[in-house]
Design a protein around this ligand. Structure first.
Ligand code: SAH
Length: 360
């Protein structure tokens, strides 16, 4: 029987992905194959050192490697496209998955280390009007192993340690809650990459029940809220998901987070010309978040084809920032990295799907 062919030219497989296992699951699978438990540790070490296939695992007996090959796979990501920004500080990857889908990840090189921006879903169903991913809707969730595979592939490709992870790529992390939490915990483990929770950030459009549930997990990662508006009226206009959870409900979830973790919340705020960038919007925002342990990150809108929204100019951005500062709100303007390579959320995937790059 011929196997179905994936769109990206891969053979699709129903073999389980080792990257989706935790150690206990791997031990149990390996003992089902009649091998001692210490083999699980060996396989694990290879996988988290970037092994792309079982045949690389030279300290395992040949017969065992064949057995692994017949039952399992290492769900690595294949680099379908790679764009490097002019100053080599941002590298954007379009990864092809074995089932023919694509995800995007971005590597950002800062003075203090490398940071990986990972996707959590293939597509997104939150529908934000300014976002490239929203236009395409959701395809499916990514598994924890597929998030890990993005990290491993980028670290392997750049040849340097990645010390920070932000879940700000394609998708809404809290719409894929269980797999995201599994991934975060796994990435923190000493026997994988030992990334400290403080060096991880989850960004959400404000799904309040999941934010609260996440706080109760006691995982002290940074919380970033995509606020993008000073009130419900504007927020709902640009973010349909905002209809479910009011601004006040989001703020009260932030209070709980701050109380529990002692950490500040980051509010992301894309400045969209004439929509949310006026002086009165800045003042309203400042008044509402005043007194909260927070920080506002002003973001230049990356124009998305088919959308009329335009970014605010530099003067408007400065004026907005100055008003927040007058209210003593800590505020930064996000340094634009890699706009020459469409490094913003979902743009590469959208462009590539539209140009049908994956056709065999
Ligand atoms: N769903 C999550 C994480 C993915 S989006 C969230 O909403 O936070 C990551 C960030 O990119 C969010 O702050 C999002 O609002 C922002 N973003 C989306 N489209 C953008 C665009 N066209 N220009 C600039 N930022 C954008």
């Amino acid at each position: 029987m011929t196997k179905p062919r994936g769109k990206a030219g891969f053979y699709m497989t129903d073999k389980k992905n080792v990257l989706d296992f935790d150690m206990e699951q791997l031990k149990s699978v390996i003992s089902d194959l009649g091998e001692p438990a210490y083999r699980a540790k060996q396989v694990w070490e290879w996988v988290y050192n970037g092994a792309g296939c079982f045949d690389e695992m030279t300290n395992l007996p040949r017969t065992f490697r064949d057995l692994l090959n017949s039952r399992l796979c290492i769900g690595s990501m294949r680099i379908a496209e790679k764009l490097v920004s002019d100053k080599n500080e941002t590298i954007k990857y379009l990864f092809a998955l074995p089932d023919g889908k694509a995800v995007e990840s971005v590597l950002m090189k800062y003075r203090y280390g490398n940071s990986a921006c990972l996707s959590t879903q293939i597509g997104c169903r939150m529908g934000c009007r300014f976002c490239a991913s929203a236009k395409l809707g959701i395809d499916r969730n990514l598994t924890a192993g597929e998030m890990m595979a993005q990290f491993i592939a980028m670290q392997k490709d750049c040849g340097e340690r990645i010390s920070r992870v932000v879940l700000m790529g394609i998708g809404e992390p809290f719409d894929n809650y269980d797999e995201v939490v599994r991934f975060i915990r796994r990435l923190n483990q000493k026997d994988t990459f030992g990334i400290s929770y403080r060096r991880m950030t989850v960004s959400t459009c404000g799904l309040v029940p999941e934010i609260k549930r996440f706080i109760s997990e006691n995982i002290p990662v940074n919380l970033s809220i995509s606020l993008h508006a000073p009130n419900d009226e504007i927020r709902r206009r640009i973010m349909p998901a905002a209809a479910r959870y009011s601004f006040d409900k989001i703020l009260s979830a932030c209070h709980i987070y701050i109380h529990k973790t002692g950490r500040r919340v980051t509010f992301e705020y894309i400045l969209i010309s004439g929509v949310n960038d006026r002086d009165e919007h800045a003042a309203e925002l400042a008044e509402r978040i005043s007194g909260l342990l927070c920080h506002v990150n002003l973001i230049a809108l990356n124009p998305v084809e088919g959308s009329d929204y335009m970014r605010s100019d530099r003067e408007r951005t400065e004026a907005f920032k100055n008003i927040l500062e007058k209210y003593h709100i800590p505020v930064t303007v996000r340094r634009e990295l890699g706009d020459d390579i469409s490094a913003s959320c979902g743009q590469l995937r959208k462009n590539s799907i539209e140009s049908d790059w994956m056709v065999d």
